[in-house]
Design a protein around this ligand. Structure first.
Ligand code: APR
Length: 248
């Protein structure tokens, strides 16, 4: 795969790199995205019945079972070449931060460490009624042992605030980076979808890698339409392995 020489040069000089990822980077691991018209989760399930606090209040068991199904799928899945390329960039770039919207845990399993999870993690739990501290949880029965309340997945639902620290870290990193990657996301869900603009407004290069065009496509400095698991490893090869990009 060939990349514009100007992009290669700028990325080789980049000292601070941020990558935002979405469900598309896990698609090649067999996990459904959200908004793909055929296979997306929201084409089969109604978010208002599954991904809101009101939905959980109405029917905790129904929501718990759906997340248990997604959790099993995530555990069965394996990180793909796209996840590994991200971990590789972290190893090689002077400064790097991964900002993921994904809750599947595949980035960690691929070796990513410098990361923030904007939408939480499906393998974590919280007490719904009292948000009891600690993790004295009866996961099998979906109950908090401290108060007897229901266990909810440790993810951010529609209408909920993002974890303050994660959002702050992501925003600061975006505003201070030299290069910002947007990978496998439809760039429709805020505040994550605003991060590229913060990077651009502070002079960073914005690169999109996505299977389908998004609202970001016409606005990015470079947009590569295709599979992240193919494009990212090729870019890493070009920049850092064969190119002698600025290393750690
Ligand atoms: N490589 C690159 N991009 C891909 C691939 C692939 N192999 N497969 C699909 N895509 C792209 C699709 O073209 C789509 O634009 O990934 C994008 C996934 O978009 P969404 O399904 O909207 O997922 P995402 O952007 O992560 O959603 C954001 O919305 O539902 C909430 O909380 C949920 O974190 C999620 C948030």
């Amino acid at each position: 795969m060939n990349f514009p020489e100007s992009l290669i040069e700028q990325l080789r000089r980049a000292r601070r790199i941020v990558a935002l990822t979405g469900a598309g980077i896990s698609a090649e691991s067999g996990l459904a995205t959200f908004r793909d018209t055929q296979s997306g989760l929201w084409s089969k399930f109604r978010p208002e019945e599954l991904a809101t606090a009101e939905a959980f209040q109405r029917d905790p068991k129904f929501v718990q079972d759906w997340y248990a199904w997604r959790r099993q799928n995530a555990l069965k899945a394996k990180p793909n070449a796209g996840h590994r390329a991200i971990a590789d960039i972290e190893e090689r770039a002077p400064e790097f931060l991964l900002v993921t919207q994904n809750v599947d845990g595949l980035h960690q399993r691929a070796g990513s460490k410098e990361m923030v999870e904007l939408h939480g993690n499906i393998h974590r739990f919280r007490c719904f009624e009292n948000d009891c501290a600690g993790d004295n949880f009866d996961i099998e029965n979906g109950r908090c042992r401290s108060c007897g309340g229901h266990l909810r997945p440790g993810v951010v639902w529609f209408g909920e605030m993002l974890p303050v620290h994660a959002l702050e870290s992501a925003t600061n990193a975006a505003e201070q980076c030299d290069a910002f990657f947007s990978i496998g996301t439809s760039s429709l869900v805020y505040p994550a979808a605003d991060l590229w603009r913060r990077a651009k407004d502070n002079g960073a290069l914005v690169i999109e890698i996505n299977k389908d065009p998004t609202p970001l496509t016409p606005l990015a400095d470079y947009s590569f339409l295709g599979r992240a698991g193919e494009i990212l490893p090729a870019l890493v090869q070009h920049i850092w392995i064969h190119g002698g990009g600025v290393g750690k």
